[in-house]
Design a protein around this ligand. Structure first.
Ligand code: MEV
Length: 326
């Protein structure tokens, strides 16, 4: 196994990082087994972990019970059970649809996996998913797989190199690599926080209606075509499919007036834009018109959003050099 396939063993103190994510095609439908395309973005979370007299997260001694992601991470990834102090720093806005929880649990599971003898990347992908899913109660492994793998990844679709299969009691997701077309994307947080689990449950209700299977089939078809279009670097086709995916997300009931206002503001400067992630608030992703990335960022800021021009982050979860002095 190459070092890229493994997080190596490391003693405390150990520091690890993982990227956030942006979903281009297939959010929500992926929970029901449809294809999804997601990319790791160059907004990252870093954790620093060491042994301590009592456990804490960012100096909060109650986080081991009060923060579900930290609590489940300790249950799943820290069988030793000895107290640990964790500090985390992130550039990813929280509850914004940009993968802050997936990045946090992936970085923390990588750090704890290193301390427990090292961990294969495929196993880390499964573990990070189990932590996020345990904390949220619902969901797919798209976010955590992008954080663990880096780059562009497809779930349940595409011809690319297979990375791993993630399993849950109700199903499994095949995760594959997709070629990076090296595009700049603009993501923008609407300022309306959203609860992924609530949005996922609402869409679950929606797809149980009689026309639900037909709606899922359209999501699947758009995502399958989107994976192919991005993989061959076809911007025109990608833009058309992003617009179609947004119509399906509206139909699934996860748009929001603030999000619609941002999509309208982006339209003159973007080839296409859509919700990214759970929706019901959260963020949008836009494919800027060539050379107009900065203008799109300014436009979305003027419209009241928190925008970022992002590139694909090719490096997934990894250890970083711990500081020599504390
Ligand atoms: C959340 O980032 C993406 C959803 O598809 C939920 C999931 O896949 O876990 C809405």
């Amino acid at each position: 196994m190459s070092s890229a396939d493994t997080i190596p063993a490391r003693n405390f103190p150990v520091s690890a990082q993982a990227p956030g994510k942006c979903i281009l095609f297939g959010e929500h439908a992926v929970v029901h087994g449809c294809p999804e395309l997601v990319l790791a973005i160059d907004l990252t979370t870093q954790v620093f972990v060491r042994g301590a007299p009592s456990s804490s997260l960012n100096s909060d001694p109650n986080a081991g019970t009060a923060n579900p992601y930290f609590r489940v991470a300790l249950e799943v990834a820290w069988p030793d059970g000895k107290p640990i102090e964790v500090r985390s720093i992130t550039r990813i806005p929280r509850a914004a649809g940009l993968g802050s929880s997936g990045a946090f649990v992936s970085a923390l599971a990588a750090a704890l996996g290193a301390r427990t003898g090292g961990i294969a990347r495929s196993q880390l992908a499964q573990r990070a998913f189990e932590i996020e899913r345990g904390a949220q109660g619902v969901g797919s492994p798209g976010d955590t797989s992008a954080s663990v793998a880096g780059g562009y990844v497809a779930l349940n679709g595409g011809p690319g190199e297979p990375l791993w299969t993630v399993r849950a009691p109700e199903g499994r997701w095949e995760v594959r690599r997709v070629e990076d077309p090296r595009w700049v994307w603009v993501v923008a947080y609407s300022g309306v926080p959203r609860a992924t689990a609530d949005a996922v449950r609402a869409v679950g209700e929606r797809v149980r209606r009689p026309d639900g299977p037909a709606l899922l089939a359209q999501f699947a078809e758009v995502a399958r075509s989107g994976i192919a279009a991005v993989g061959r670097g076809d911007r025109v086709e990608t833009a058309e499919l992003l617009r179609r995916n947004q119509e399906l997300l509206r139909e699934a009931g996860v748009s929001h007036p603030r999000v619609e206002a941002l999509l309208a503001a982006a339209a003159p400067v973007a080839e296409a834009a859509k919700i990214t992630g759970a929706g019901a608030g959260g963020s949008i992703v836009a494919l800027p018109k060539p050379g107009r990335e900065a203008e799109l960022v300014r436009t979305l800021a003027r419209a009241g959003a928190l925008p970022f021009a992002v590139r694909c982050e090719s490096e997934g979860a990894s250890l970083v050099e711990a500081p020599t002095t504390e």
